[in-house]
Design a protein around this ligand. Sequence first.
Ligand code: ACM
Length: 673
Amino acid sequence: MRYLAAIVLVCGWSALSAQTPGLVNTLMPEPAHVTAARGTLPLTNAFSVQVARFDSPRLEGAIRRALRRLSMQAGLTLAPAPAATPATLTITVAGAGEAVQSIGEDESYDLEVTPQGATLTSRTVVGAMRGLTTLTQLIQTGGDGYFLPAVHIEDAPRFRWRGLMIDSGRHFEPVAVILRTLDGMAAVKLNVFHWHLTEDQGFRIESKVFPKLTGMGSNGQFYTQAQAREVVAYARARGIRVVPEFDMPAHSTSWLVGYPELGSAPGPFAISPAFGVRDGTLDPTRDSTYQFIDKFIGEMAAIFPDPYMHIGGDESNGKEWRANPRIAAFMRAHHFATTAELQTYFNQRLAPILAKHGKKMVGWDEVLNPALPKNVVVESWRGVKSLAQGAALGYQGILAAPYYLDHMETAGTMYLADPIPAGTSMPPAEQKLVLGGEVCMWGELVDAGTIDSRMWPRSAAIAERFWSPASVTDVNDMYRRLTVESTRLEALGLTHRTHEAAALRQLAGSSDIGALQVFASVLAPLNLGQRQRQQHATPFTPFDRLGDAVRPDPAARRELDAAIQAFIAAPTAAGAAALKARFQQWTAAVPEVERQMDASPLLALARPRAEQLPALAQAGEQAADFIQQGTDAPAGWQQQQLDLISAAEKPQTLVRFTFLPELRKLVQAVPAH
Ligand code: ACM
């Protein structure tokens, strides 16, 4: 069978003859084995594809998407035409792979590029998708047209479960957001979309059996079953599983609004406008609760074909259970000393319901209890400890704790957090139970406008942690490749970079945002806890502040950190001048930022940061001078600067400075009396 691609040479490139440039590796995630070779395969309008063995609409869709990327990135006009022999790219896939993708799906591939052509070989269509993604990341230019460098790649993932979770419960995210997230996930070889669909703030998936779930529990913001099926199909087309989460027995207020009889308190219930741990909890003592869940799970199982279903299980505070005399009596009758034991009873009753509908249970780490069947998968959100505890008890696990995007950690920090850390005391047999990890995008503080900038490009760094060999840990090299990947992700339609400038223009009420961009380059958002203490956001809070515009891990932080570290190690005059130029640029931006703040009450909320910046910049300038000249600072100078830095570290105004730790080191490096 043959895949018809493109061979018509409309206007050929001049031959890329003399050059033999090597591979410039911008691959992300880094493949398991890369061997660079000599020579290049020029990309021309004559690029053609042959599918040598197994073919299917799913494979052809993946090839079409890859060709579109190739066409866009290399400026190729690829028109349908009779297939060429031999083709530029020959794809040999052994078979379709699993009808419903499981954790066992073979995602490996082999990609060979020579000056004569490229071959992609895989056992499954998903493996071919992974290889096609790598192929499009190989595109290089020597200034004279585009080419693929000669290379041999043998690749397979380190972990089978490489997830990204979106919480559509606390803030509803439109289908368009979900679809473009799936595009981003496929681009970095993530393979599980974990969809958190129910929360205290909203029930987001249509039930035809229980229409009041969304009818009364969603404020009208929910996915229809047709939309959910569209998401599942879109994900499958990209080799991504969809694992839905229906959080039980807590985080379930939205269930109770329409069906108060499920609750552990008398009700009535209303959608909770407050985030955090709420009291609303399903009643685990009534058979009618399980009959309801059985029907609901049965309905959902028909929409979500994945073998796994997530039942949440987190943060059940047991308050309503203890307060309800009937439930308290039930606990006594069953000799349950704690509400955690009652929750285990609840999970024990859920397990056969899930099994009946062909599903295995995933739950947050509170579900961990040896009384549960051994096919339960534990998702560890409170730390790596429960992952190890679960493995010791024989449970498979997924690590989420280090990958909470709302903690606003840098890509570098999250990158180094490994589901199986080097030097782990876990025995090899237990390490095998660690299926992988998940990036978690909780929904308290994101909407369709801001969510991409919180997810990307940081999720790409975590994706590499899940896919690449454990030995791939060079943070600087990760950032070098991440910068390139970020631009590729942008080409897919993700708004992680364009959002900041658009939001700054909105805030300033002006297109003239040069000064504001300098200011924004030294700022990052507060993390969830810090921000909630400042603002107490609800589902109705608009995300239109400076803290929503700025990015979690701006490039300027790394550049400055590197410049300061290099200068402290070797305090040259040129190094001092370069540092001082940066600090002076900040100071120079402040008057214009303050003028725009005068005209914009929303922007003015961040005024304290604008007021703090010049003194911090001055501390940096003076430190650079003292260090470079080798002169002692005047008595008290150092302490004064450290006090300034400490004051600037206090969370306020929804934004924080990114450079304070490095500035502190610079000030401390000044020779003292
Ligand atoms: C969680 O963060 N409550 C799973």
